[in-house]
Design a protein around this ligand. Sequence first.
Ligand SMILES: Cc1cc2nc3c(=O)[nH]c(=O)nc-3n(C[C@H](O)[C@H](O)[C@H](O)COP(=O)(O)O)c2cc1C
Ligand code: SF4
Length: 460
Amino acid sequence: MTVAADYGGASRPPAGGEASPEKLLTPVLSAFWDQPESWTLETYRRHEGYEGLRKALAMPPDDVIAYVKDSGLRGRGGAGFPTGMKWQFIPQGDGKPHYLVVNADESEPGTCKDIPLLFANPHALIEGIVIACHAIRSHHAFIYLRGEVVPVLRRLHEAVREAYAAGFLGRNILGSGLDLDVIVHAGAGAYICGEETALLDSLEGRRGQPRLRPPFPAVAGLYACPTVVNNVESIASVPAILNRGKEWFRSMGSEKSPGFTLYSLSGHVANPGQYEAPLGITLRQLLDMSGGMRRGHRLKFWTPGGSSTPMFTAEHLDVPLDYEAVGAAGSMLGTKALQCFDETTCVVRAVTRWTEFYAHESCGKCTPCREGTYWLVQLLRDIEAGEAVPGDLDKIADIADNINGKSFCALGDGAASPIFSSLKYFRDEYEEHITGRGCPFDPARSTLWADNDAHLGVNA
Ligand SMILES: Cc1cc2nc3c(=O)[nH]c(=O)nc-3n(C[C@H](O)[C@H](O)[C@H](O)COP(=O)(O)O)c2cc1C
Ligand code: SF4
């Protein structure tokens, strides 16, 4: 069994030198979240708010696209697609309306950055929207927000109202000739509506299910018109790039993964929260500066980017958290949702809960995902309860293989990820559930529980 063996808090200095927050954190989007009424236009303007917009409006739209492309900004919604390149795909002079749709559906287990960002600093998104719409020559933008988060919905509505009143939205913005309307749309709470084409169907009033591609949204998106769909954090990062410069942005992170980003630390850690740092920071550095795992416990497994990204173990504490290094280590940076689980967590139980989520959220459009996630849940529940037979491990691997890459959208791949990665690192823990006819972590099975540390090979 692979066990978190090595995370010892401050016992091992991080690769980047001292783990002081001043050295490692780069608060930009989160720079003034702790100030009173951080969400108001007044506070935003005190922190150079809407200065990036002034610079952008003085530039021709194509130059803004080229600038964002040169900055190297990559989409923060999961796939890391270059933002400027996505904007460049919008055909120009086609006579059709162009749309910007901001994806604020944030529903992935562990992913929790866009909602705090919108709650604390909504004007960063609104300013980014105006810049993006100037660049792609759009007069209508939509923010598709997860509807359950009513306080954020209210705050966003108020921020949009403030922006209209101050002349940052509406007609002839800052005398530039740009007209722009922003509509805040509350979704009904389905994970699949975060998939960009399902989101567009939902926004058009249909049931949210992914669309066949091509055509891609850049050609035929919302109302069959050219559409850019971007994540909240992607768009909110644009004003600072315009204001402080692409070189400043590139001074952080690496050549292929430049800039700052929000890492969401959660789970069995001493201080969960949002940590804004350059791409390429490691989990060890983040844990060292934030107080480590909860007292007396050690890291067992973690996700680099939410439940859809293959899990890592303590072996991966020093993997730079950027797109290339996480990919090379066998996972994906995804949404940078660092969910950390300590040695008290049953990996079978965790994977079963995630799989229940995917089965519940599967939209049912394609058979591998609809049927596969259902059967995975049945088998995982049997394994967790000690009612499975040895062949069931090969069966769940086989079902996951039939979902992965064979489903209509990436939800299916995401559902397969925890199965593959947990079997890779913790197959013996699955086997113990079968041979021991139950969960070794179940407190009711007192002999195993009492011997938990020895069982896990951990010196607590
Ligand atoms: C099932 C599923 C759910 C998704 N949920 C979100 C989401 O909540 N927010 C988001 O920005 N992207 C989400 N995505 C990714 C989007 O499809 C899309 O890639 C992203 O919004 C593009 O923005 P970006 O280029 O700025 O990263 C999801 C994808 C899938 C397959
Ligand atoms: S993979 Fe799942 S969520 Fe995606 S289209 Fe198929 S059934 Fe729907």
